[in-house]
Design a protein around this ligand. Sequence first.
Ligand code: ADP
Length: 278
Amino acid sequence: ICSSEEELERVCVLGHGSSGTVYKVREKKSSQVYALKIVHGNNDPEVCRQLFREMDILRRTTDSPYIVKCYGIEEKPWGDTGMVMEYMDLGTLDTLCKELGGTLSEEKVAHVARQVVNGLSYLHSHNIVHRDIKPANLLVNKNMDVKIGDFGVSRIMCPSLDACNSFVGTCAYMSPDRLDPGAYGGTYNGYAADIWSLGLTLLELFLGHFPLLQPGQRPDWASLMGAICLADDPSTLLPDSWSTVSDEFRSFIQCCLNKDSSKRWTALQLLSHPFLAN
Ligand code: ADP
């Protein structure tokens, strides 16, 4: 557990999120660098709920190398909360991918997939669903470690309530069973919905654009369901690039993007998929 905020010096702003600001900070006595997330206005009950959920999850996930670590939480008397996290010096995968020219090679996508599937397998085995897997919520450091971050809308599943159906997360990456439960067989299942979002995330990194929609098209419910309905096989989403990818990558994407949530592979099954083995 690291020191309180007085012992940290702010270096710069790393980014602004929906609930607050993230700073790069340095601990004065050790010169160790961290990311400090300051969430304002937790007098608002919804912000407060979201924050406590995130803190609760980060407290339970400290022993996985595939999840961004949280070292300490500090509540301020005037209503702000500070969360000291592991600093991921290359930022999020969406900005990194743009800086690298907009697309990642199949080999790099496999490297990302291997780590995110390990992270999801860890979360799911602890009954946690992330609910917002997308390139902007995957953080990278210069060792090319990829870690899952931003648990603002995540949820600890209660065994009797398997279908946590509240409509949170980023619409574009939502699975068909979440957008329209029952449409393709299989009921809404939070764990399987994370796997759908993973499939879209990997495709987006490989293609350089969001696979289901045209550039500029809004990710509203009707457009997404329309695109999912047309895509009888995910290969139709990739008319140009599909023929150039390996059988393993193609199969992996099909295992993630099965429209029937009950046939979609679990994170544990994906860990032994040949795409991740090599
Ligand atoms: P919110 O949950 O409020 O949307 P985020 O957690 O997404 O906020 O953080 C906002 C931005 O701060 C991110 O897009 C990223 O650029 C940066 N950031 C967040 N956490 C870290 C971290 N641990 N290391 C480095 N940068 C981070």
